[in-house]
Design a protein around this ligand. Sequence first.
Ligand code: ATP
Ligand code: MG
Length: 423
Amino acid sequence: MEPIILKRPEHNVSRKNISSAAVKVLYRLKDEGHTAYLAGGGVRDLLLKRNPKDFDVATNATPEQIRKIFKNCRLVGRRFRLAHILFRGEIIETSTFRAPVPDDGDETVYCDNTFKTGDAGMVMRDNIFGTPQEDAMRRDFTINALFYNIADFSIIDYAGGLKDLDQKIIRVIGEPDKRFSEDPVRMIRAARFAGTLGFDIEQEALESICRNKDLLSHAAPSRMYEEVQKLFFCGHAKSIFQWLEKTGLLHPMFHDFSHWLGEDKKRHGWVIQTLEQMDRWRQAGLRVHPALLFALIFGEYHEFLIKNLEDAGQTPHDAARNAVHGHLLGMCENVRVPKQVIYQVCDIMGNQRRFERTQGRRPVRFMHSRGFLDAFLYFKFASKAHNQDQELLAFWNDLRKEHPAKPPQSKKPRKKKNTSPDA
Ligand code: ATP
Ligand code: MG
């Protein structure tokens, strides 16, 4: 199939908008006689006039050849062998054009270029080098399969991504059922791109997700944790969440929580408010702690579980820890939340009762303790969301003004972009 090729000025991508590190990698590969394209989300975002999160390069140079050209390079990846070319503060992921996955579902091993399928036809390992066209066609969605060619500044479109960008559609390359069973995480990616870009998921793909959502239980829990963070930290958490609900993907990700949430409008109200808050923080450039994210999203569910345990006779302290720990540990079967984050969420919820104690030296001691800020941010959010504890909130706000946090002694002052969302 001949690709559609757009030359400048038929498209708006300018070399100036590509990071200087990526430009260096592209030119260096080209000067060494290789084909080198900017690929994936970077091209998509440049065409949409959005700021790309990262720049990836695809080339016909093999990983070994790439390593010889760049001193600042290391080869990584168990599943795909690819090169990370390191610049100060930036990594340019550079991969050799890859061929599609062979069609037979049997376990197959090729020497050197390896491919293997596991349960449910999922691709476990593949590193078969291919042509630019093959590389484009094995990507997930048409809008993610565009190339920018540094040699003549053209956009190369093998999969129909330009048209879908124009029409704001997330379309799977190939047969959705097959592509989602190869890698079920693609279903979450579809929801993420739809929510982030404000696009629609093409009908056949949407139906396929609804049919295949339970395949997500085959995805590696640690990869799912990475994906969950991308979903909720990207500044478009609310609309992504709505896609997760619409497609039914929420259930295999957060089984118990999604069951509790059901169709209940009030319960949804809380979750939507927390996601709006997350998006405001992110869009203001604030860094949000994963523990605070989980504490907030699951807040009302955790409060519900805590109350059940208190009613069963546990102390408030034990109930908070047991409820949160039990839920998040169970969730690890699908989404592996690191232990440290689980303990921090337990702390946030376990500390809530301390905001009721306003006598003596206790409040000041609590205020200077580790973990206070996240617990306070939760308390402040919950007070507002439930429209309660306004006097307590005023007390703690006053106390914080009277005892401002001491600036860190030895560390450099943080830039505003990286600060956490203080009250
Ligand atoms: P983001 O803005 O989140 O970085 P992205 O599209 O660049 O979005 P990456 O995870 O950086 O996503 O991946 C880079 C490119 O690699 C994608 O654009 C896509 O072409 C390809 N890709 C990534 N994950 C998959 C996958 N699971 N299946 C097929 N292709 C994928
Ligand atoms: Mg990317």
